[in-house]
Design a protein around this ligand. Structure first.
Ligand SMILES: [Zn+2]
Length: 353
């Protein structure tokens, strides 16, 4: 099968022929339909995760996969069968513990995420999934290759919005969505559906704002803010009529974004860092935080239940995921990585097979 292989950090992936995996035991092989190029893949490619998550090189990257089951091991139950359309939950767990028992495999102590560690990812025509429990049926989803973005971006955005819900954001309060890339646009729609609050999406990239305005249909009271030319804080306050914001969901997660948007929070507000924009954030503004009783939180991916929930919402057409994907072929993967790294991508690039 054809696959793109990362042999050395920072060097172009090599597109080569490698052996197609075979299923045995509880594992399953899927024929990949779509494989999203996630920002985490850039961190992997640049070697930026090597201290927290050392990769096994060479490896086939890619963890945001959709596909069709083609081969199942002897222990796989009959409801997972060849021909079934699926999404892959990527954060595999090698040894069960109290997190895996409740489907939060992303926090298990022996993680083996697809495309990073032990298991090849979806920059390939076929992908081995080590256990059928990581598959979520995708029947009824339109455009299976675009639906791949639900697997990482969708589940992560859903988990972030759940934080806002459990923080108790009210109907006349504001949620700011920082960064209108693949995750931000999904979170915008999820926040609108799962809370009664007013949503303000903001991006400093004009193209991202234009795309969001084209595809998202804000409710009355929601807004999308172009901060490419003006001060982002002032732009948001103009959109809210001067009201501060109860929750910020930060899909950029850089030192600059946290410094910029933390100031917008209302007393008892919540700041959720989702993006991995900078390894270290700003120093903590202790006085500001304490006086306002602010909470800083973070989200890392989601549970398998979050993935199932977001797939269900997509199936019911509550969220639009198709309008934000750009499909490419495997041959163009290096160009796609470079474009994402340079900030030239709007929405999500998906390798379509
Ligand atoms: Zn990802």
């Amino acid at each position: 099968m054809r696959a793109a292989v990362l042999e050395e950090y920072g060097k172009p992936l090599k597109i080569v022929d490698i052996d197609r995996p075979r299923a045995e035991g509880s594992s399953v092989v899927i024929k990949v339909s779509g494989c999203g190029i996630c920002h985490s893949d850039i961190h992997l490619w640049r070697g930026e995760f090597s201290s927290i998550l050392p990769a096994d090189l060479p490896i086939v990257p890619g963890h945001e996969a959709s596909g069709v089951v083609v081969d199942v091991g002897d222990n796989v139950p009959p409801d997972i069968y060849p021909g079934l359309k699926v999404l892959v939950y990527w954060s595999y767990c090698e040894q069960d513990d109290r997190y895996s028992e409740v489907g939060m495999y992303q926090h298990c102590s022996m993680k083996a995420p697809a495309g990073f560690l032990l298991y090849n990812g979806c920059y390939a025509e076929y992908m081995l999934v080590p256990h059928y429990r990581y598959l979520v049926p995708a029947e009824g989803l339109e455009d299976l290759s675009s639906a791949a973005i639900l697997s990482c971006a969708g589940a992560t955005a859903y988990n972030a919005v759940k934080r806002a819900v459990s923080h108790g954001v009210g109907e006349d309060e504001y949620i700011a969505i920082v960064g209108l890339g693949g995750l931000g646009v999904l979170a915008f729609q999820l926040a609108r559906r799962l809370t009664g609050s007013r949503i303000v999406g903001v991006d400093v990239r004009r193209e991202a704002v234009e795309k969001a305005l084209e595809v998202l249909e804000p409710f009355e009271g929601d807004s999308i803010v172009d901060a490419s030319r003006s001060d982002p804080r002032r732009s948001i306050l103009e959109a809210t009529g001067g009201k501060d914001v109860k929750v910020v969901l930060d899909f950029v997660g850089s030192r600059g974004s946290i410094e910029t948007y933390m100031d917008l929070l209302a007393p008892r507000g919540l700041y959720v860092i989702v993006g991995l924009g900078s390894a270290y954030g700003p120093s903590i503004p202790v006085h500001h935080m304490v006086i306002r009783e602010l909470t800083i939180s973070s989200v890392f991916y989601g549970s398998i239940h979050d993935l199932r929930s977001v797939v269900d919402l997509a199936r019911r057409k509550v969220i639009n995921y198709r309008g934000f994907t750009t499909k490419i072929t495997l041959d163009r993967v290096n160009e796609a990585i470079e474009n994402l790294h340079r900030g030239r991508v709007v929405g999500r690039q998906v390798i379509e097979f």
